[in-house]
Design a protein around this ligand. Structure first.
Ligand code: NOJ
Length: 581
């Protein structure tokens, strides 16, 4: 039979369709493909990333100088913590002007250059949107507190003092844990779920919502690619402020999170802003129930794109954690979004101590291995991976021993609170050395020069003394470094869309040391084996090694124990990915 030109064209089209533009076979059948599902998000904490002007504080020009580094990682999206004008009570999470850049970080021109530099490199930018509260130095709040009849009064939550004390509300950052702050100017209390300098905005007021949509449009019109909505699950409130049961603060999320009106506000925001731009949206927190989380991101409801739930990241404790619990939580979250909706996968961010110090093993023998093993986990689950800057180097907690070394408002206020109630401060100091947010905020370790190459000035927070051993310059040179492993794992995810969309199946569920699962799509099946312990461990895998191809392993000498139908032996903190044929 003669093959005609038409047949050849048809053949070419067929191949193109089955291999599609991503060069992978069988991907045309994936439903609901979205760029933000396939992306790897790299979170930059701008204060600690790179200082360009020697004032000891990271800045936008610093980020600009490192764009090629960011590109080299293979990530697709940068999520930047807040860079708006702010008095910095909570490092930018207290915004005094939503349309301007914090002077510490630079200017709007710097922002424009940074955004263009990212886009030129094919990197998208997601900005933090902090609108559960503003700074008390925002013009709205200044007006609001000035008089009871101010047109801005209803922008915030006030309780007139002649009505007595308002029902107790717990504050996450206040020295007394009291979220109501008395203001003598108008003889009233205002509400602040976070610090006293972060008054909560009144989302029940339609004007506030319109202000926020205006701010979102301002940034979306500049060309940003998405919003991470800070503390958003708390935004809606029952403004009658009913009394909550005694002790509610032990589980305050149940009372504060996802008050019913929130879904309506999200739908309005979607209609007025999100649906009009090609932006992704993710709210911090996912409510109290799986149903809440699901409703928030079920595409048919037109609210947000993905949930960012805390159940997983919260598991690590200074006493250790149970892998069985860890597996159960991640498996449950996967099942909730298996058909509809989408979730974020993360184990660290700027509100947590370092990844390897919390979930892995930061001792010299195991830091590198356990860090790579955790990277493997984050990059092989279904959901969008969020990876925190510095974790690609395996950066660790700094081991601060003095309260003077800490900068974080939450840590410092809690220190005073514990002191005031007579707690054992030795225990407290030990606890914060493990869990304080500042552990994840020490400067990025660029090289072995003074201050890790972060600044020529005095860093705003101490550099981790281990920077001479752990730094990017050194890891660039080593093909087996955490940094290069991170790049390889990202590439593997990109080359295997089964790792993004594929079905997740937990194996060997009751194994207390090994997390084993498969990811499977269109006839391709990958097996991921992760030993979370510091000793050798066996996984009951039931797959035959003869037909398995090794794709990734975190040990340098690449001699992996054969995959066995019965028990596959893994070395301490070993991570292996096989393709099963
Ligand atoms: C959550 C942010 O991630 C955290 O850093 C901040 O302190 C609070 N929200 C308040 O904005």
């Amino acid at each position: 039979m003669k093959i005609s030109a038409i047949t050849l064209t048809a053949l070419a089209i067929a191949v193109l369709f089955s291999a599609n533009c991503f060069g992978q076979t069988g991907t045309s059948t994936i439903k609901d493909r979205k760029w933000w599902k396939e992306a790897v998000v790299y979170q930059i904490y701008p204060r600690s990333f790179k200082d360009n002007n020697g004032d000891g504080v990271g800045d936008l020009k610093g980020i600009i100088s490192k764009l090629d580094y960011i590109k080299s990682l293979g990530v697709d999206v940068v999520w930047l913590n807040p860079i708006y004008s702010s008095p910095n009570d909570d490092n930018g999470y207290d915004v005094s002007d939503y349309r301007n850049i914090m002077s510490d970080f630079g200017t709007m021109d710097d922002f424009n250059t940074m955004l263009k530099g990212m886009h030129d490199r094919g990197i998208k930018l997601v900005m933090d949107l902090v609108v559960n509260h503003s700074s008390d130095e925002h013009e709205w709040f200044k007006q609001s507190r000035s008089s009871r009849t101010s047109p801005y009064r209803e922008y915030y939550h006030w309780w007139n003092a002649e009505n007595g004390k308002p029902p107790y509300r717990y504050s996450l950052f206040d020295i007394n844990h009291d979220a109501w702050r008395y203001d003598s100017l108008t003889n009233a209390y205002y509400l602040h779920y976070f610090s006293r300098k972060q008054p909560d905005l009144n989302w029940e007021n339609p004007k506030v919502r319109q202000e926020v949509y205006g701010i979102m449009k301002f940034w979306a019109d500049k060309g940003i690619d998405g919003f991470r909505m800070d503390a958003f699950q708390y935004a809606a409130k029952d403004t009658t402020f009913p009394a909550f049961p005694k002790g509610f603060e032990r589980n305050f999320n149940q009372y504060y999170g996802m008050v019913p009106n929130l879904h309506g506000y999200l739908q309005q925001m979607n209609k007025e802003v999100l649906s009009r731009y090609n932006v992704m949206s993710v709210a911090e927190g996912a409510g109290n129930t799986y149903e809440d989380a699901h409703n928030m991101v079920d595409a048919g409801r037109h609210e947000l794109n993905m949930a960012y739930a805390f159940d997983g990241v919260g598991i690590a404790r200074s006493k250790g954690y149970s892998l069985l619990h860890f597996k159960a939580v991640f498996s449950k979250w996967d099942s909730v979004f298996a058909e509809k909706g989408w979730v974020s996968i993360f184990l660290a961010n700027h509100d947590q101590a370092r990844l390897v110090s919390r979930f892995g093993n930061p001792t010299p023998a195991f830091r590198d291995l356990s860090s790579k093993m955790l990277t493997t986990f984050i990059l092989t689950m279904r959901g969008t991976p969020y990876y925190y800057n510095g974790d690609e180097l395996g950066m660790t907690n700094p081991g601060f021993t003095k309260i003077e070394d800490y900068r974080d408002v939450q840590t410092l206020n809690e220190y005073h609170h514990q002191q005031n109630i007579g707690s054992d401060m030795t225990v407290f100091m030990k606890e914060i050395a493990f869990s304080s947010r500042d552990n994840g905020r020490t400067p990025f370790q660029w090289d072995g020069s003074k201050n890790a190459g972060f600044t020529t000035g005095t860093p705003w927070i101490k550099v981790n003394p281990n920077y001479t051993v752990i730094n990017a310059a050194k890891e660039e040179e080593d093909p087996n470094s955490c940094l290069n492993y991170f790049r390889k794992a990202i590439k593997l995810r990109k080359d295997n869309l089964a790792l993004v969309y594929g079905k997740y199946t937990l194996l060997d569920k009751s194994n207390p040391n090994v997390y084993a699962y498969t990811r499977e799509m269109n006839g391709k099946k990958l097996l991921i084996l992760l030993n979370f312990s510091n000793t050798a461990a066996k996984a009951a895998t039931t797959y035959n090694g003869a037909n398995a191809k090794l794709l990734l392993n975190n040990y340098d000498n690449k001699v992996v124990n054969a995959l066995s139908k019965v028990n596959t032996e893994l070395r301490p903190y070993e991570a292996v990915i096989y393709q099963l044929q």
